[in-house]
Design a binder for this molecule. Structure first.
Ligand SMILES: Cc1cc2nc3c(=O)[nH]c(=O)nc-3n(C[C@H](O)[C@H](O)[C@H](O)COP(=O)(O)O)c2cc1C
Length: 186
């Protein structure tokens, strides 16, 4: 797919088929992710790939954390939470390293990891897959971070859900850049 076509036709697809993806396909997405720019060559992105029962384990942790925080929630609500990671056959959690040197800024690490997320979305689109970038409260949940191997102060910038699309949607219509752009030409 041509680059500009990919950029312009990519769009979120939250509904995907449950069929598993080949590992090589997931690795293609990760290879694309790490082509993102990053300052000081720190490669601040960390990926946790959840498939199969790995997603179920994440759902269990999410439900347990929610039950701790909201003990009055009915079991149905917890079941719903537990099933959230099962919405796609692959969930890639993208975390960000905290800077360990003075010259490295956390905001720049977050920017780099976010660029990696966009690369995953574009690569998925190029491969004919459907994907959605999610965060929600789970990206800030201490127990979820612990389960994924992140420190409590590490940011999770996204959970990228990927799978074979249920359908191919019409091209997206997005607002243009004009009202978000200032030209300083002289
Ligand atoms: C950092 C980030 C977090 C997001 N979190 C969620 C989320 O938790 N749930 C959701 O439905 N959409 C979320 N979105 C929005 C979708 O990923 C998507 O961008 C939006 O629905 C617009 O669709 P489009 O990608 O086709 O333009 C998030 C987007 C970003 C950039």
């Amino acid at each position: 797919m041509e680059l500009f076509e990919a950029i312009h036709t990519r769009q979120t697809q939250g509904k995907v088929k449950p069929d598993a993806l080949p590992k090589e396909t997931i690795e293609k997405l990760l290879h694309a992710a790490v082509q993102a720019p990053n300052h000081h060559k720190v490669r601040p992105w960390r990926f946790v790939v959840l498939t199969g029962d790995g997603r179920k384990r994440l759902g269990d942790v999410m439900a347990a954390s929610q039950a701790d925080r909201k003990p009055d929630l009915p079991p149905e609500a917890l079941d719903k939470t537990r099933s959230l990671p099962l919405r796609a056959p692959v969930v890639i959690a993208v975390g960000v390293d905290k800077p360990t040197e003075g010259k490295v800024l956390e905001i720049e690490n977050v920017c780099a990891a976010s660029a990696a997320c966009q690369n995953i979305l574009l690569a998925a689109h190029g491969l004919g897959l459907g994907a959605i970038w999610r965060t929600g409260e789970w990206a800030r949940d201490a127990k979820v971070k612990e389960f994924l191997g992140f420190n409590p102060d590490q940011h999770i910038v996204g959970f990228i859900y990927v799978g074979y699309p249920e359908f191919v949607p019409d091209p997206p219509e997005r607002p243009s850049f004009e009202d978000r752009t200032l030209w300083l030409e002289a």
